[in-house]
Each structure stands twice: as structure tokens, then as C-alpha cells.
Design a binder for this molecule. Structure first.
Ligand SMILES: Nc1ncnc2c1ncn2[C@@H]1O[C@H](COP(=O)(O)OP(=O)(O)OP(=O)(O)O)[C@@H](O)[C@H]1O
Ligand SMILES: [Mg+2]
Length: 269
């Protein structure tokens, strides 16, 4: 298991309970989507995966290591974290310095760093903006710069809070293709999103949260076709699940839907 969480609860200083008795085991080599309405605890949970928050109660193991004050620095070499707001992540005077920060901080050689930065900038199409100060970038460009900073480290586990929000369709597709390849190589990704249709089409597994609790975790089709559970979490089922409610086999993307409609005379347009 890449993530093993037992009995985890977290209370913010003002008394708000962010997480309540979480038990979660996430297998490696998967794209795991964390879903839930605003305030359901997604960000609070993700913060525990790279030690931004340390457990107040319960235990968190990531890549087999318990997350504690002592282990957090070494874990961060292997766990990349993408914050929901890129401004939380970018602080250097240029995009390329920002992307180089992680590899430099972890003691990589200068020649290696140049190569890592170059490759990461190409992956997110940001080579032409490499000298710009991050504060002069558009929101989507900032997000891409932040993504480059995370992928330059080639983490074993990528934890991303709303990684696709603010990205245009091309940038999202490019990032997803890169992640597909990474996951095929055995890396893992845990990400939060409000885009339930994208999660249904693209993720392998889904975790559904409500009021700081995990309501469901499993293969994305099983989880997102459980209408009663989604209702309890106040999440709308994916559009294709609603549209094909009468079908046993549901299409998970547009191409599968078109194929299925072609086979079913009742659905033919
Ligand atoms: N710094 C904080 N101080 C007090 N309460 C907080 C703090 N940050 C978050 N919370 C509360 O903790 C709960 C969980 O918040 P969290 O940010 O994890 O939700 P989320 O699922 O990520 O929501 P969103 O979809 O809006 O990003 C909410 O009730 C929220 O109000
Ligand atoms: Mg959040």
C-alpha cells in the first residue's frame, strides 16, 4: 500500500473538525480521485500525505514510512505536492528558478538540475516563459509552472489538490497523458477534484468524503455508480451514469457512449 491511514482525526485550532476517524488504504500504481463537496475534508486529508499536517490522532504511513516530524523531510523527496492555489507554491524570481528549487534543495548536481528543469518545462509547455517572474503569469500559466516544479522531482507519489482547475483543455490533456505514463511506470497519484465526469472517465479509484469522513473508496465505476452513497455525500452522479441509468454496463467517456448508442436502437438519435 502506498498510503495507509488508520484512525486519523484532525481538529483545526478554532475547533473545526477537519477529519473524523479516517481509515484508508490506497494501493500503488493508481490514479485515485478524492471527491466531496466544499468543506468535506479533501485538502485536510491531502495535507497529511506529505506531512504539511502531522496526525494529531491516529497514524499515517506513506510509502511504508510513518509520517512524523523526523521522517517528513526524507518523505518529501518522494512525495510531490501540488497546492490548490499556485501562489502557495511559487516564490522564486523566475519560472526556471522556481522549477529548479526542489532538485537544488535535495542536492542534485547542477548539470542534472538543468536537464530536469528543461524536461519539466517542456512537459507543461512553459519553455518560452521560463524567465518570467511567476507573479506576472496568468492563473493557468502559474498552475503549469507549479506542476513543472513538482514533476521535476519525479516523485513516486504525486498528491495534487485540484490539479486541473484553471487549466485549458490542451494543458489538461497534456498533463493527463504524462500522468498516464507515470502511473503505467508504477508511480501513483492521489488528487482532489470537483469534476466528477472527468474523475469517472479518467481515474482508476475514487474516495468520497463528507463532513470529514470517508464514505466510500474503491474502483471508480463502483463508487460513482452508487447513487444512494453519492446522495448522502451531496454529490451529483456523473452525467453518463444519469444518462445511462437503465443500462447495466455504463460508458465512462464520450467514445464509449457513442458506441453504446450505436448498438441500442432506443438510444439512436
Ligand atoms: N485553517 C482552518 N481553520 C479552521 N477550519 C478550517 C481551516 N481550513 C479548513 N477548515 C475547515 O475544515 C473543513 C475541511 O476543509 P477542507 O479545506 O479540507 O475542505 P475541502 O474538501 O478541501 O473543500 P474545498 O472543496 O472547498 O476545497 C471545513 O469545514 C473547513 O471550514
Ligand atoms: Mg480543498
Amino acid at each position: 500500500m502506498i498510503v495507509q491511514i488508520t484512525n486519523l482525526s484532525y481538529t483545526y485550532p478554532d475547533g473545526t473538525q477537519g477529519l473524523r476517524d479516517i481509515h484508508l488504504h490506497i494501493p500503488p500504481g493508481r490514479r485515485t480521485a478524492v471527491l466531496g463537496m466544499n468543506g468535506s475534508g479533501k485538502t485536510t486529508l491531502l495535507y497529511h500525505l506529505n506531512g504539511t499536517f502531522l496526525p494529531q490522532q491516529g497514524q499515517v504511513k506513506v510509502l511504508g514510512t510513518e509520517v512524523t516530524k523526523k521522517t517528513v523531510a526524507s518523505l518529501r523527496r518522494q512525495v510531490g505536492f501540488l497546492f490548490d492555489y499556485p501562489d502557495h507554491q511559487l516564490f522564486a524570481t523566475s519560472v526556471e528558478r522556481d522549477v529548479a528549487f526542489g532538485p537544488r534543495n535535495f542536492g542534485c548536481k547542477s548539470s542534472e538540475i538543468d536537464n530536469m528543469v528543461e524536461q519539466a518545462l517542456v512537459q507543461v509547455n512553459m519553455e518560452s516563459l521560463r524567465e518570467k517572474p511567476p507573479y506576472q503569469l496568468s492563473l493557468g500559466q502559474k498552475k503549469r509552472a507549479a506542476i513543472a516544479g513538482v514533476i521535476a522531482m519525479e516523485p513516486t507519489l504525486m498528491v495534487c489538490d485540484e490539479p486541473f482547475s484553471g487549466l485549458d483543455a490542451n494543458a489538461q490533456e497534456q498533463f493527463q497523458k504524462m500522468l498516464d505514463q507515470w502511473v503505467q511506470e508504477g508511480r501513483s497519484m492521489v488528487f482532489s477534484t470537483h469534476d466528477i465526469d472527468m474523475a469517472y472517465a479518467w481515474a482508476d479509484d475514487a474516495v468520497v468524503m463528507a463532513e470529514g469522513r470517508v464514505l466510500s473508496h474503491g474502483p471508480v465505476d463502483e463508487v460513482l455508480e452508487d447513487i444512494a452513497m453519492l446522495k448522502a455525500a451531496k454529490i451529483k452522479p456523473p452525467m453518463l451514469v444519469q444518462l445511462f441509468s437503465r443500462h447495466k454496463e455504463k460508458p465512462r467517456n464520450m467514445r464509449e457512449a457513442i458506441n453504446l448508442m450505436g448498438e441500442d436502437p432506443l438510444m439512436r438519435i
